[in-house]
Structure formats: structure tokens, C-alpha cells
Design a protein around this ligand. Structure first.
Ligand code: DP6
Length: 347
């Protein structure tokens, strides 16, 4: 019997992946760039166990058993991720992760990561590479703003299939915009040029959502609160006189904000004023603890944005960049018992 437990991070794209050139192999139409977040505050934890006594593959997700016949699960099980540690394989695991979900391939590396679309039909060159490690830009901070989701959302898989079929703007984005943006954001990252990084990140998020609206029928991911957050960021940048804060939104209403460490107290102070929270401070702001600024009345008046309805934001996670997946050595970390079933089974 062998058992291994790993934690894998969340990554947030600043140049978005949207649209596949091969649906089966999960090969993208364009390169994308992301930041890998620290596993301290957000992560996926996986335990893998192999034993000659097991009759078949079984898989539990959040304590519930899943059907192993799902093709994406099958593709991953064939080559699976944490198994590379069990068998002590040191190969490229981004190609395996990609077959579970495209954007996941960027989570196998820390810091700033590029997923190269590749040109080969078999996907052999569609891999993730690190642009810079997390400690290249240690001042970078991230706030995840979790928004109430009222509608059942269209999955990324379905949304991007429809965009590829129907959006003219997607074609233009892929051929005319993304290649230059990839070059520009790489430069901005290497030069630690936050202004440029922020501008490209916001423009790419906006274009991605414009593509979603250009899809027929449209894929609507941002809601009124998301748009209020966009407005908040532009008001903040106007107040500061430069792009000190950036937003990006994926296939849902939650926002991811980038800023440098010294801006965090002010941004959190203003967020608490504009998006008031009905409960305790501790349950509003999670993650790295920090004292937010108290915002004087004059600044509130000069900010140029009305206070939103109390409770518009569910909570905020304050985090930083991280180093990618890691193996947990303690026996207590395993999610499976010695007989190979989850310790916390949901029935
Ligand atoms: C908007 O990786 O979830 O987050 O490959 O079909 O599993 P599949 O899609 P997925 O799409 C992520 C889309 C995105 C942008 C991004 O992360 O680059």
C-alpha cells in the first residue's frame, strides 16, 4: 500500500484562456498567463492511495463519491498528478493536469505562469512554464471578493464552446489582441511594472467578458455587484492618480483584485465603507491579517461612489502569491483511512 497527500493552489488568469482548438485533448486557442496563489488560504487537497487489495478505482470529491467513468476523470486517472509523487516521477505534470481542466495546468507551477497554446495536434507542446517565481514580486497582494451568486452559471466548458461557435470578437481577440498582450504583460512582470500589469489585466478581463456577451446566446458571468467592484477600482485609481489597483473576473461574479502590499489597508478600509458588511469583521476579511485604514469623511466624499447595499459582498480573502503544489509529509494530513475510504464521508 502507498499513500500520498498533496495540496494544489488556485491560479487566477490575467490573460484569459477562452476557447479550445481541440475539445477532447483540451488544447487552447491562445496562450494565457496567470498568477499562482498561496496554498495558505486557498487550496485543493488530494490524497491518493494505491493497494493491491483494491478492486477498482474510486474517487471522492468533498466527501461524496464521484463516477469514475467521467471522461475527464478517466484521462487524469490514467496519468494522475499526485501519482507522479507516488511513483517518484519527475516529468511534466502540466500536461496531465490540463486533461482534467485546461486552466488547472497553470497550477502545477508557482509565481507567474504562462500556458503556451502549442502548435502540435497531439498537444505535446501545450504546456505551462514559469515566467517568474513568487518571490520575484513579493509585494504583490491579492484580494478575492466573494459575491453572492444568484443564478445557476454556465460552465466554462459550455460557455467557451458556444463562444468558439458564435463569437466574431473571439476570433479577433485570438489573432489580434492576445499575442501582443502576452508580450506586454511578460515585460511588465519581469520589470515589476505594476501600472502596466494592472492596465493589461483589467483590459483583458473586460475583453473576455465582452466576448462572453458577443456569444450567442450570451454568457453573462458578471452581475451588478461585479460591475460595482469595477467602478470601485476605477474610483480608487482616480483617487490615487495612477493604476494602483486592478480587477479581473473569471466565469462567475467574484472579483480578484491585485495591488501592492502598501495599498492593502486603504483598499480594505474603502471596501468596508462602500460594501458594508452586516456581521463581525473576522467573518468578512479572511486570510493574511492586517489593520485596515479608517477612512476620513473627506476621502469618502471624494471617492465618487455611493455606498452599496449591506451584505453585497459575502466575504474577502486577503492572500499573496505562492510556490505551487506541495506534498504534505504528516500522516495526519491524509484524507483517507487505512482501508482507503474518506475520513469525512458525506452521505
Ligand atoms: C475564465 O479551465 O475551467 O477561468 O478547460 O473546459 O475545464 P476547461 O475550462 P476552465 O476555463 C477557465 C476559464 C477562465 C479563464 C482562465 O482561467 O484562463
Amino acid at each position: 500500500m502507498k499513500i500520498v497527500t498533496c495540496v494544489a493552489p488556485v491560479n487566477i488568469a490575467v490573460i484569459k484562456y477562452w476557447g479550445k482548438r481541440d475539445d477532447k485533448l483540451i488544447l487552447p486557442l491562445n496562450d494565457s498567463v496567470s498568477t499562482t496563489l498561496s496554498t495558505e488560504h486557498l487550496c485543493a487537497k488530494t490524497t491518493i492511495m494505491i493497494s493491491s487489495e483494491f478492486q477498482s478505482d474510486r474517487l471522492w470529491l468533498n466527501g461524496r463519491e464521484e463516477n469514475c467513468e467521467n471522461p475527464r476523470i478517466q484521462n487524469c486517472l490514467r496519468e494522475v498528478y499526485a501519482l507522479s509523487r507516488i511513483y517518484e516521477i519527475d516529468g511534466d505534470i502540466s500536461a496531465i493536469a490540463r486533461q482534467g481542466s485546461g486552466s488547472a495546468c497553470r497550477s502545477v507551477l508557482g509565481g507567474f505562469v504562462q500556458w503556451n497554446k502549442g502548435d502540435q495536434d497531439d498537444g505535446s507542446d501545450s504546456l505551462a512554464t514559469q515566467l517568474a517565481p513568487a518571490n520575484h514580486w513579493p509585494e504583490m497582494r491579492i484580494l478575492i471578493l466573494v459575491v453572492h451568486e444568484k443564478h445557476k452559471k454556465i460552465s466554462s466548458k459550455i460557455g467557451m464552446e458556444q463562444s468558439v461557435k458564435t463569437s466574431e470578437l473571439l476570433k479577433y481577440r485570438v489573432s489580434h489582441c492576445v499575442p501582443q498582450r502576452i508580450q506586454d504583460i511578460k515585460q511588465a512582470i519581469l520589470n515589476k511594472d505594476f501600472e502596466r500589469f494592472a492596465e493589461i489585466t483589467m483590459k483583458d478581463s473586460n475583453q473576455f467578458h465582452a466576448v462572453c456577451l458577443d456569444t450567442f446566446p450570451p454568457a453573462v458571468y458578471m452581475n451588478d455587484v461585479s460591475h460595482a467592484i469595477v467602478n470601485f477600482v476605477h474610483c480608487y485609481n482616480k483617487l490615487k492618480g495612477h493604476n494602483a489597483l486592478a480587477y479581473t473576473f473569471d466565469a462567475g461574479p467574484n472579483a480578484c483584485l491585485y495591488m501592492k502590499e502598501h495599498d492593502v489597508p486603504k483598499v480594505l478600509g474603502l471596501l468596508s465603507v462602500i460594501f458594508p458588511f452586516p456581521g463581525e469583521e473576522d467573518s468578512y476579511i479572511k486570510g493574511i491579517s492586517i489593520n485596515k485604514d479608517t477612512i476620513p469623511q473627506e476621502t469618502q466624499a471624494a471617492f465618487g461612489m455611493e455606498q452599496q447595499i449591506e451584505g453585497s459582498l459575502k466575504y474577502i480573502i486577503h492572500t499573496r502569491l505562492g510556490n505551487g503544489p506541495k506534498k504534505l509529509e504528516s500522516q495526519n494530513e491524509h484524507l483517507l483511512t487505512e482501508s482507503g475510504v474518506p475520513k469525512n464521508l458525506v452521505v
